[in-house]
Design a protein around this ligand. Structure first.
Ligand SMILES: [Ca+2]
Length: 520
């Protein structure tokens, strides 16, 4: 027992030595050359209080070269490709694409950070241990971590980006309820089409349901969930989901075929869903509902504002519907909120330890909060009880100008849901969506979209080559079948053509990369 106790004591001592080492900052000031990517609305980084506070704490000075966003990519690419005049670090979320990260990392131009994280970054290491999906998203297929990420989970918002909204005033007028099944949806949309719901004397200016064909929240891909899997059009994960560890390419599933067939027959062919949805741009889509009276019955969007706009009070959220056989599913973006690249160190950085100690502070919530939302006493109010609130935006300024003028939200940092539950409430913009998603969508969000992962350079090349043809063909056929029908007749030919384009290799790359990241 005594032996065990002394062993425990030793371990405790060793552990406290380790964390003391991690937090030991240099006695003399050290400087690093850092290229920082500036948005047009960013203020002067040299004058931001947060960097002064972090320098006082760490004795690490960042000698910034502030590069406008518009010039960033060219300057960084040139310097990396030439491997000359590189700074110690490149700083900003979105400063490199995932492909660039893996390519430059594997060429030795970026430093592998794994050992440094273990030894010198206790805050970041603790976050990785608590959130293994972050480690999976930032680990290259060669096992190296080349970047410090930006992660923000300020509510259940990006995980379920697409919601449906429906005009409650029209429903009340017609004596109808918010639909809960696809049959009820058909009944409701038919009534929307046949009646002068907005009461302007014109029975034909009502659009029963609109959407926008795109890789984002305005698409109707969620409706496919009533037939199996929701259809995922998100960039980088086109049509891929993961079911119990198996990667599924949904456009070759029976459910996808049924969805195309059913939605054409019961909705598009009857004018119940908007054919213009295939061609509208975002501005046109969002501008649709701005007349004297509302003319949209239901729509897909991130939030009620986009298309509710001036008639917002007429709309209510609609939960995912049950399909013809009672099936329902909605899409869940499992890795939403993770941006792999926040800060990278280049091979020009000869003494990375102190810079990484500085960076570790961004993963301490007190500093991360002020990087993301501005300093206490300026953008944030200290409530004195361990919680904070947002300061009022000064008159004559937008919130973004107030925020980006005073701090650098594109930093590496990681704020998780527990932080918003205990320390700073999620922003108002996220609250309404968080509520809709938690109550109405999460219970049926069973189609788990393929997560953000890093692919090897070779696999990225293959994906670019094979995938571009497959995606273009698939999207052409999806639009054609929804708008004009024909899926049953053309299905076999479609499958054969996808196979001839290399579909199996394409799927295998996604499966292999998933298995590597999740340790299968
Ligand atoms: Ca009308």
């Amino acid at each position: 027992m005594k032996k065990l106790l002394s062993l425990l004591l030793c371990t405790a001592l060793l552990l406290s030595c380790a964390s003391a080492l991690a937090a030991e900052y240099p006695a003399e000031k050290v400087s690093y050359d850092v290229w920082i990517r500036m948005r047009p609305m960013n203020g002067d980084a040299e004058k931001m209080d947060i960097f002064r506070i972090m320098e006082e704490k760490t004795n690490v000075h960042l000698n910034f070269e502030q590069i406008p966003q518009a010039d960033w990519s060219e300057k960084v690419t040139l310097a990396l490709n030439a491997n000359v005049d590189l700074p110690d670090a490149l700083y900003s979320g979105y400063s490199l694409t995932s492909t660039e990260l893996v390519t430059y990392g594997s060429q030795g131009l970026l430093l592998a950070l794994n050992d440094y994280i273990d030894q010198y970054m206790p805050n970041f290491k603790a976050k990785l241990e608590a959130h293994p999906e972050v480690r999976a998203a930032i680990t290259a297929p060669d096992g190296n971590i080349y970047s410090l990420p930006f992660c923000r989970f300020d509510g259940l918002t990006g995980q379920i980006p697409s919601n449906m909204f429906i005009n409650k005033v029209w429903l009340d007028k017609l004596g109808l309820e918010v639909p809960t099944t696809i049959d009820e949806l058909e009944t409701v949309l038919t009534a929307f089409k046949e009646n002068d719901c907005n009461g302007n004397g014109d029975p034909n200016d009502e659009k029963p349901m609109t959407f926008k064909f795109e890789g984002s929240q305005r698409d109707l891909g969620g409706l496919f969930g009533m037939f199996g899997y929701a259809d995922n059009l998100y960039t980088g994960q086109h049509h891929f989901c993961v079911d119990n560890g198996k990667v599924i390419y949904t456009p070759t599933t029976e459910g996808y075929k049924k969805a195309c067939s059913y939605l054409y027959e019961h909705f598009f062919s009857k004018g119940l869903i908007d054919l213009e949805g295939f061609t509208m741009d975002k501005a046109t889509y969002n501008a649709q509902n701005q007349g004297e009276v509302a003319n949209i019955g239901s729509y897909f969007s991130w939030n009620i504002f986009d298309l509710g706009s001036v008639h917002m009070d007429e709309y209510v959220p609609m939960a995912p519907l049950k399909g013809p056989d009672g099936t329902t599913s909605w899409g869940y973006v499992s890795s939403s909120g993770i941006e792999p690249v926040g800060l990278v160190l280049t091979n020009a950085c000869k003494d990375p330890v102190n810079l990484l100690k500085w960076a570790d502070l961004t993963y301490d919530d007190w500093y991360g909060m002020q990087l993301e939302y501005g300093c206490i006493g300026l953008n944030l109010v200290d409530n004195g009880n361990g919680t904070f609130s947002y300061a009022e935006t000064p008159e004559g300024m937008t919130y973004d100008e107030f925020l980006f003028g005073n701090t650098y939200p594109d930093s590496c940092l990681a704020l998780f849901r527990e932080f918003y539950e205990t320390t700073l409430p999620m922003p108002d913009s996220a609250k309404a969506k968080d509520k809709i998603n938690s109550e109405m969508y999460l219970p049926v969000a069973t189609t788990i979209y393929y997560p953000t992962l890093l692919f090897s350079t070779e696999d990225n090349d293959r994906i670019a080559l094979i995938g571009s043809d497959i995606i273009a063909y698939n999207e052409k056929m999806r639009a054609k079948w929804l708008a004009y029908g024909g899926v049953d007749e053309e299905w076999d030919e479609y499958i054969a053509k996808l196979n001839s384009m290399g579909l199996q290799e394409y799927i295998d790359i996604y499966q292999k990369t998933y298995d590597t990241a999740y340790g299968k």
